[in-house]
Write a new protein. Structure first.
Lengths: 87, 99
C-alpha cells in the first residue's frame, strides 16, 4: 500500500468487501427494479383517472417504498464507493 | 390520509439540498481526515436520510405520534447495530487495518 511498504495486503479483505458489495448493490438494484414496476402501474392507474384529492393512497404508499429504497442508497453510496477515496 | 399539501417548490428545494449534500460527501471523501472520514460520511448520510424521511416521506407533517415513535425506535435499533459492529471491528488486533 502506498506509504506502508511493510504492510501486506490480505486478499481475504478484498474478497469480503466484494462479496458484500455485490450482495448489497444487487439487492438494492432488485428493489429499484421492483419500484420502477410499481411506478409503471401507478402511472397507468393515474392515466386511467383512478386517483382523486380524496383517494391517492397507492401513490403515497408507492412513494414511501421508493424513499425507503433511496435512503438505503444514501448510505450504500458513500460506504461502498467513497470509503477509501482519500487514500 | 395527509391533509397537508406541500408546494412543489419545497420539494425542488429539498432535492437541491440533497444534491448539494451529495457533492459535499464526495468532496469530503477526497480529503484525508484519518478516522474521521467514515464518521463524516455517515453523519452527512444520516442528515440526508433525515431530510428525506421528514419531507419526502411527510413525517414532519404527520399528526400520528405512532409514526414518529416507530421511526425513533428504528433509528435506535440502527444505533445498536452500528455500535456493536464498531465495537467488534475497532477492537480487533489486526495491525494493518484502515480504520
Amino acid at each position: 500500500m502506498p506509504g506502508h511498504p511493510e504492510a501486506k495486503i490480505d486478499p481475504r479483505h478484498a474478497q469480503i468487501f466484494f462479496s458484500l458489495y455485490f450482495a448489497m448493490t444487487g439487492m438494492h438494484a432488485l428493489h429499484m427494479i421492483i419500484g420502477v414496476g410499481i411506478f409503471g402501474v401507478l402511472i397507468f392507474m393515474a392515466w386511467r383517472g383512478r386517483f382523486t384529492p380524496e383517494y391517492h393512497t397507492p401513490l403515497e404508499i408507492g412513494g414511501l417504498y421508493w424513499h425507503f429504497v433511496d435512503i438505503v442508497w444514501i448510505y450504500l453510496f458513500p460506504l461502498l464507493y467513497l470509503i477509501d477515496r482519500h487514500k | 390520509m395527509a391533509e397537508h399539501i406541500l408546494s412543489s417548490k419545497l420539494y425542488w428545494a429539498i432535492w437541491a439540498i440533497l444534491i448539494c449534500l451529495t457533492v459535499v460527501t464526495a468532496l469530503v471523501a477526497r480529503v484525508d481526515l484519518g478516522w474521521f472520514n467514515p464518521v463524516a460520511a455517515l453523519l452527512i448520510a444520516t442528515g440526508k436520510a433525515t431530510i428525506v424521511v421528514l419531507f419526502f416521506m411527510h413525517v414532519k407533517y404527520t399528526s400520528e405520534k405512532l409514526t414518529t415513535m416507530v421511526i425513533v425506535s428504528a433509528l435506535f435499533w440502527l444505533l445498536i447495530l452500528l455500535a456493536l459492529s464498531l465495537a467488534d471491528y475497532s477492537t480487533r488486533p489486526i495491525s494493518q487495518n484502515c480504520m
